[in-house]
Design a protein around this ligand. Structure first.
Ligand SMILES: [Fe+2]
Length: 350
């Protein structure tokens, strides 16, 4: 079957957004679909969330930020933000966050036996970057279609990460892009980023992730994942409204600055455990973790590595966890100097 989202049902991204308490009447379009729950019932089940109206340029630019922007704008880049192929055409970011009930079915029928939800997550930058842009850096946006009783509802929403909240308030990008960390100008941009953290402009303890890579469900929690940060827990209403609940905290033993959460954890059906891991681009270390069936951190282990490397995935068996530790290691000097290094000892920029 085919469904479509009516254009008139869309609302601007910075309008009073869909609160977690109930969908706004102005964005609801109803057809003949049966509504099984009232909006009042939804509000009782929704997480508390204070709408954050945006005031453009609410936050004044600091000298660090001004200089960083100047460097990023003037860096000789092959793919500057607005001209970047990953920001154009079919790849262009979606500009609206909407919730629509009763999608028109333009071909075929929705079988009433279907009761479920299709969801996807992916990068969707809120702001056009000053300098370069890598597709990995876009803010996470979740799209979801809830199908039930022959009716389909659609919702798309940003994952409200710490980074997104800060940049939404500011009305501009606040974090440097890793695509800009190259050559002598990149050295300056990186040092200014450190200065922003040291002076509290950016709170590094709250993470800088975009939650843009994957969605996983475990122990009653739906998680938006990106391997450079902790998961963000999402809420889904029975009618398919999706909202961010919070950045997850696994307790004292998983709170070091280098503790992250892979975007590709593995579920072990025999035990109900979820296995995950963390790596860091500056620390030669792999950290393994297990969430028990109740979602509690039940196991953690640090493993020293010869060098900091990108470890993207893991395979599990009944007795082992298998990681690929590739010889290509992170080295910040490669990004700063543009040198590729010795092919026998491959290195990549952080
Ligand atoms: Fe991946």
């Amino acid at each position: 079957m085919m469904m479509k989202v009516a254009q008139s049902a869309q609302v601007p991204i910075h309008s009073t957004r869909l609160s977690a308490t109930a969908p706004q009447p102005s964005v609801v379009r109803q057809r003949q679909c049966v509504q099984t729950r009232s909006t009042a019932e939804m509000s009782l089940q929704s997480p508390s969330r204070t709408p954050k109206p945006v005031e453009q340029s609410e936050v004044p630019k600091t000298p660090f930020e001004q200089l960083q922007e100047l460097l990023a704008r003037n860096a000789p880049k092959a793919f500057k933000g607005a001209e970047n192929l990953t920001l154009q055409g079919n790849y262009a970011p979606v500009q609206n966050e909407i919730y629509v009930q009763g999608l028109p079915v333009v071909e075929g029928v929705l079988p009433r036996e279907i009761n479920g939800m299709y969801m996807r997550n992916g990068p969707n930058p809120l702001h056009t970057p000053y300098g370069s842009h890598h597709v990995f850096e876009g803010d996470g946006m979740v799209h979801a279609v809830r199908i039930k009783d022959g009716c389909a509802n659609y919702c798309n929403t940003y994952v409200d990460t710490y980074k997104l909240d800060m940049e939404r308030k500011a009305g501009r990008p606040l974090w440097a892009k890793f695509a800009d960390i190259e050559g002598p100008i990149g050295v300056g941009i990186a040092l200014l980023e450190l200065a922003k953290m040291q002076t509290g402009i950016i709170d590094a303890s709250k993470g800088n992730g975009t939650a843009n890579t994957n969605l996983e469900y475990h122990a009653g929690r739906l998680m938006a994942l990106m391997e450079g940060d902790m998961p963000y827990q999402l809420y889904v209403s029975p009618e398919g409204v999706v909202r961010t609940v919070k950045r997850m905290d696994l307790g004292e033993s998983w709170r070091e600055p280098t503790d992250h959460f892979t975007a590709h954890p593995k579920y072990e059906s025999a035990t109900g455990n979820m296995h995950f891991f963390s790596y860091d681009i500056m620390t030669p270390q792999l950290k393994l973790g297990t969430l028990d069936p109740q979602g509690r951190l039940s196991y953690s282990l640090k493993v020293d590595l010869p060098g900091p490397s990108m470890i993207h995935d893991v395979a599990i068996t009944p007795n082992y966890k298998a990681f690929f530790h590739c010889p290509l290691v992170f080295d910040p000097t490669v990004g700063f100097t543009g040198m590729q290094g010795d092919p026998k000892e491959p290195r990549m920029p952080c």
